[in-house]
Design a protein around this ligand. Sequence first.
Ligand SMILES: Nc1ncnc2c1ncn2[C@@H]1O[C@H](COP(=O)(O)OP(=O)(O)OP(=O)(O)O)[C@@H](O)[C@H]1O
Length: 281
Amino acid sequence: MEPLLDVQNLSVSFPTANGETTVLHNASYRIDRGEVLAIVGESGSGKSVAMLAVMGLLPTTARVTADRIAFEGRDIVDMPAKERRKIIGRDISMIFQEPIASLNPCFTAGFQIEEVLKQHTDLDKKARHKRAVELLEAVGLPNPEDRLKAYPHQMSGGQCQRIMIAIAMACSPKLLIADEPTTALDVTIQKQILELLARLQAETGMAMIMITHDMGVVAETADRVVVQYKGRKMEEADVLSLFEKPKHAYTRALLSALPENATGDRLPTIDYSADFTGETL
Ligand SMILES: Nc1ncnc2c1ncn2[C@@H]1O[C@H](COP(=O)(O)OP(=O)(O)OP(=O)(O)O)[C@@H](O)[C@H]1O
């Protein structure tokens, strides 16, 4: 079966004072329709950069190479910009770590949701408003009519993330990329947002890529997992196999750092002086 998103040998480099640094080395990703893929790894392992490259959101200084980046069988790299914009933001959408920073402070939540609908659909003003109300109900925000009139600073981090999710869901995407969507939130809110994403994924059947450094999030959400370390893909497996039989030393280190795997009264930590690079996929 043709994958929904097929990325082959993606590499990303940035210019630095000492020449070019490669932050992602020949990584390949495949995600099928309706599937939830987690990309897990510590900060700086190239998880965000990989997905920003797919979305075409990296700064122009970045050098991106890939043998193929295809969505529903169509190469989105060589596609004219106009065609590509129809896919990015409509069929593929993304939410980020900092919900408050991701929203525009100058506009109400309602304006920002309706703006996406204006760009990507033929809905008229009344229909856009109706859809915005529906979306706020879907993401669990009470009093949607009032919330639509609120500015980002009038809402909590969790509420802003729900608005971001509403914006991302506005055009019923086939793929949602969630980049550490709960990291900036309080623990109780983290759980609610994860549950919301899991519910929306199950209800709509969209595929989801969950970028995280947290194996607990992986266990709760993913079907399949890619483990990254220092810009390289170390391991890929379905979630049960990964938890039962992690192949790579770095994956074992990540798993042993989960609170439920602690054996004594202290949490194990990952030995960052170790080099896990070894054999990679
Ligand atoms: N615009 C940029 N210019 C230069 N280097 C960058 C840029 N964006 C990212 N990098 C570098 O690329 C590397 C990978 O970053 P990336 O954000 O993908 O990591 P990550 O695994 O997603 O971690 P995090 O959880 O911190 O987001 C890092 O070393 C980072 O400093």
